[in-house]
Write a protein that binds this ligand. Structure first.
Ligand SMILES: [Zn+2]
Length: 196
């Protein structure tokens, strides 16, 4: 797979393929069945799609949407993979397993590209140890803490067919919905002013 990147001819084809895939992929709506489905492992021996292209495509989409994590099933792709991070440090995560939870659970606000403007307090573990495979087929166990640990757990849930609202308390969810409405009203007012 790596040698292809030094071959100019193939490289051009790949770039076009990535471009095509980006145009095709949009976020599915929150009621989409793929978001309620546990994703089956990505088979590296017989890949259903090129993992490198998938990673590149998903990363670009996540950055465009100003997200810090995006799972394949959020964009309608039935693969057990997600990307997380930022422009400087993009992490490809295929077939993740959380092997250990450490430290305390604590509440922090989470957003989700599937639910724009809905920020809900969710309880998560501070530290996890996770085993996963990269787009190049390398498997390792990595320790995450703080924000990255939280993002990992949020995206991992997507692959299990669970979204963050399922983990929210009634109280926190109601509060978040009210805030979302307020935000939407402000947004509308700003848009109206722009039209003038
Ligand atoms: Zn999400």
């Amino acid at each position: 797979m790596r040698s292809e990147l030094t071959n100019m001819g193939n490289h051009r084809v790949r770039a076009a393929e990535i471009q095509n895939a980006i145009m095709w992929n949009t976020l599915v709506e929150h009621k989409h069945p793929l978001l309620k489905t546990k994703m089956e492992p990505f088979d590296f021996d017989n890949p259903p799609t090129d993992p490198e292209i998938l990673f590149a495509n998903m990363s670009q989409m996540m950055l465009e949407k100003k997200g810090v994590g995006l799972s394949a099933n959020q964009v309608g792709l039935p693969y057990r993979m997600f990307v997380m991070g930022n422009e400087e440090n993009l992490i490809p995560v295929f077939n993740p397993r959380i092997v250990d939870y450490e430290g305390e659970e604590y509440y922090a606000e989470e957003g989700c590209l599937t639910y724009p403007g809905l920020y809900v307090k969710i309880k998560r573990y501070n530290v996890i140890r996770a085993r996963y495979t990269t787009h190049q087929g390398i498997t390792d166990t990595i320790k995450f803490s703080g924000m990255t640990s939280r993002i990992f757990q949020h995206e991992y849930d997507h692959l299990e067919g669970i979204d963050y609202l399922k983990r929210a308390t009634r109280y926190h969810l109601d509060k978040a919905r009210k805030e979302q409405k307020k935000l939407n009203r402000i947004k509308k007012r700003i848009d109206k002013n722009k039209e003038k």
